[in-house]
Ligand binder design. Structure first.
Ligand code: ZN
Length: 499
């Protein structure tokens, strides 16, 4: 009878954005999930999370599971220093109380930044390693947009990333990370990890891993070395590009069975491939007025106006009203919908009540650097609690909240005004607000990628608007980024760095 392994399991996920002024606190994590001890074992059942996938495999293998904490703060600027300190303390206190353990699985993001700390994952892994010593294997799963640091590759034994973008394989990623951990403990292989970074930032719009784009080729290359057995896992990390930090880049992490040279060569080969394909990731953008006029003249049915510069899922505040202004100017009598985070406007609507007419300035208050509130006369159509359940993606099955929310009718435009920012996957937020995309001409989405799947088949325009999650990476006023780095710099001989 094989030994029952004692495995500690935890999750601490957050994606930072140094261009955003939004500071995230414990409430922002609790708004998605914040689970402790036994809650970790039950609270994410029937979700698409890494923890759900990990627990399924660990139960199948009759492991003795030690739950730590599991929480996900979504995206924002930085996390409050005290909030991270509390999460770290909670994770370490539970681990210390449970020692000895045979192995550890942690679901992390890889781009978690806190106030005063640029590499939270490295900091957490150092503390965990200090507690358990060098012999206990640590397996980590990361988002495809992780910023891989030398501390991460030194302190973890196994790192695997999501294989898909849009991220719909979080469950499978947790399962894979635990499979590699259990295989290590069973002596089936001895993981050796190498990483290589190219000085390269890529906009998210062309990172779709299905279809025919360049990342579909990266997906195929990585799977090929896994299928042949050359690598146990090959992961590409495009990096969250709105991090003005040193040593940012496209990083490949390869885990082999005791073959350091092989891992290093595969990582270098894939990093060179990304560099050579860098121009294939360029994103054509359109000013909102031209997109709207072109769509009105040429398209029947729903048209997606993608405003990725205000992507809550990338750390923006979600309060840009720039696209609303364009709709008012060019399509005020056309059925359209947009989501805007504006807690004070929600309160104004609540006080006025359903059916009331209000004069309100909408948006651009939380992050006023990129625009001014848009002043409108609106009718309060609906007030509700903002709760909704994700239909798919990395939060699939999780019930989350936009906070108290209102639907305001401005002519034929419906503005879903919310108190809190909530990551967008498909149309869940609009549907929860009673807005059916099928009845619209224009839907404004604020994500760079998920809409390509959620509204597949509908014509779309990527708007050129300012904001902290702009696809125009060359124009960001970089200060700390290590240079040269494409596309901030164009013509240089790349330095590939082994991590
Ligand atoms: Zn991501």
């Amino acid at each position: 009878m094989p030994k029952r392994h004692r495995i500690a399991v935890g999750a601490l996920l957050f994606e930072g954005n140094t261009l955003s002024p939004v500071v995230s606190d414990i409430a922002d994590f609790a708004n998605r999930y914040l689970l402790r001890d036994g809650e970790v074992l039950t609270g994410l059942a029937a979700t698409n999370t890494e923890i759900a996938g990990a627990l399924e495999l660990l139960r199948l293998r009759e492991a003795n599971i030690v739950p730590l904490i599991a929480t996900n703060g979504g995206s924002g600027g930085r996390v409050a220093a005290a909030a991270y300190a509390q999460f770290k303390d909670e994770m370490l206190t539970r681990l210390l109380g449970a020692l000895p353990v045979d192995g550890i699985y942690l679901a992390l993001h890889g781009a978690f930044i806190a106030q005063g700390l640029d590499d939270v994952e490295g900091d957490l892994l150092a503390a965990v390693r200090m507690l358990v010593g060098p012999a206990v294997p640590i397996s980590v799963s990361l988002d495809l947009h992780a910023h891989i640091t030398p501390a991460m590759t030194r302190l973890a034994d196994v790192i695997v990333g999501y294989q898909h973008y849009p991220h719909d394989d979080t469950y499978e990623t947790g399962r894979r990370a635990c499979g590699l951990l259990l295989g290590t403990l069973d002596g089936r292989f001895k993981p050796v990890m190498r990483a290589c970074r190219a000085p390269l930032l890529l906009p998210a719009q062309k990172q779709r891993t299905k279809g025919t784009g360049p990342m579909a080729e990266a997906f195929a290359r990585a799977r090929a070395v896994e299928v042949t057995g050359a690598a146990l896992a090959a992961s590409y990390f495009c990096v969250q590009p709105w991090l003005d930090l040193p040593d940012l880049g496209f990083t490949v992490v390869v885990v082999t069975d005791d073959d350091g040279d092989g891992a290093g060569w595969i990582a270098r080969d894939m990093a060179e491939w990304a560099w050579n394909r860098r121009r294939d990731f360029a994103v054509p953008t359109v000013v909102p007025a031209i997109a709207i006029r072109h769509a009105l003249a040429n398209s029947d049915g729903l048209v997606v106006l993608a405003d990725p510069s205000d992507c809550v899922g990338g750390g923006a505040s979600g309060d840009s009203a720039i696209a609303l202004q364009a709709l008012l100017d060019h399509a005020g009598d056309v059925p359209s919908a947009i989501q805007i985070v504006d807690p004070s406007a929600v309160r104004q609507a609540e006080i006025a009540g359903i059916g009331a007419q209000i004069a309100v300035g909408l948006g651009n208050k939380l992050d006023p650097a990129y625009g001014a509130p848009v002043h409108v006369e609106a009718t309060v159509r609906r007030l509700f609690d903002g709760r909704f359940t994700y239909a798919g993606g990395l939060m699939g099955g999780v019930t989350a909240s936009m906070g108290p929310s209102a639907v305001l009718a401005i002519g034929a435009i419906q503005a879903l005004v919310t108190s809190a920012a909530a990551y967008e996957y498909g149309a869940e937020q609009f549907l929860a607000a009673g807005i059916d995309p099928a009845a619209l001409k224009f839907i404004v989405v604020k994500n760079p990628m998920n809409f390509q799947q959620a509204f597949a088949g509908a014509p779309s325009f990527v708007l050129s608007t300012p904001g902290p999650t702009t696809p125009d990476l060359a124009r960001i006023p970089w200060q700390r980024l290590s240079r040269p780095c494409y596309p901030a710099d164009e013509d240089f001989v790349p330095n590939f760095v082994a991590l």
